[in-house]
Ligand binder design. Structure first.
Ligand SMILES: [Zn+2]
Length: 307
């Protein structure tokens, strides 16, 4: 099976692990954009992380990780919804040159001004309700380091991440310490060393093995002595949520004057989706209709990068 996510519960250790192995879904992200290899690696790791973080939340909606970089990468976005539909995109600085040896730090935190935001956008968000957003300065040498730092400072949740990606596969293991059950007397004794032992186990994962091993096999290799409870395997997929309606709202938010300006130079306004490359074309008539239809009153905020 491809594009799977597996969750394991280590009850006695009060820990939970997620494993993800993305091939088809990740290759669709790659196919939509031709990024240099070091950029692909960083984005793939972010996609794997967003899938596991999304799966770890009891939340109906989309989890969006945005890294605003100060180097050749200006923006990295990985988004995963509660059905494990994922999409991702990168914005490079104008004229950016990416050396083969570029690493996470040189790509997004060259002068230490990078920031990392995690946004939770509920599926049935009420009009005017803002999505939840946490922002921390970017720290660490890798995507995994930075997100561990985010989870520690923003969510007070100890998290250990192993992330790997190349042009065909994005893979991750995430270990999280869970709050111990309050008030419920467990029949099993608490294993105080569990966190350290599980962390040591996932630290043994090597990149090549990780990329070539599915979640089922990886879970067996890592945790065969631990006897965790496994939840049903879940399927992830590439899924873009762009639509003509959302693009229309975005155009309305630009204002009629700006659209008139654009239309004085070309016959149509063309908007391309950053995530899936879908093209939306608006003639002058289409644009005028946006401002006269009821749809024009829709004041729903924009998705974070569709502008
Ligand atoms: Zn799209």
């Amino acid at each position: 099976m491809t594009d799977t996510l597996r969750t394991l519960i280590f009850d006695q250790s009060s820990c939970r692990a997620h494993l993800v192995h993305l091939t088809d879904a990740w290759q669709k992200v790659v196919a939509n954009n031709s990024y240099p290899a070091p950029v692909q690696q960083v984005l793939g790791e972010l996609v794997a992380a967003s899938t596991m973080l999304s799966a770890s939340l009891k939340f109906e909606g989309s989890l969006i990780i945005q890294i605003q970089g100060d180097g050749p990468i200006r923006l990295l976005v990985a988004e995963c919804n509660s059905r494990l539909g994922l999409r991702a995109t990168v914005k490079l600085a104008d004229g950016a040159e990416i050396p083969e040896t570029a690493n996470f730090k040189s790509l997004v935190n060259a002068t230490g001004k990078g920031i990392c935001a995690i946004i939770l956008d509920p599926r049935n968000r009420l009009p005017g309700q803002a999505p939840y957003q946490g922002i921390v300065p970017l720290e660490g040498e890798s995507v995994a380091d930075s997100l561990e730092g985010y989870m520690h400072s923003s969510e007070q949740l100890e998290t250990k991440l192993i992330l790997n990606a190349d042009s065909s596969t994005a893979a991750g293991v995430m270990l999280q310490q869970m709050p111990q059950h309050g008030g419920v007397v467990s029949t099993k004794p608490h294993d105080a060393d569990g966190w350290d032992r599980l962390k040591a186990l996932i630290n043994t994962v090597q990149s090549a093995e990780h990329l070539s091993t599915d979640t089922d096999e990886m879970a067996k290799r890592l945790f065969w002595e631990e006897d965790p409870d496994g939840l049903a395997e879940r399927q992830a997929r590439f899924e873009c949520t762009c639509s003509r309606e959302k693009v229309g709202c975005m155009l309305v938010s630009l204002g009629q004057a700006e659209l008139d300006d654009a239309l004085s130079e070309t016959a149509t306004v063309e908007i391309q989706c950053d995530f899936c490359n879908a093209n939306y074309s608006y003639t002058r008539e289409d644009c005028n209709a946006l401002f006269t239809d009821d749809a024009g009153d829709n004041s729903e905020p924009l998705p974070p990068t569709l502008h």
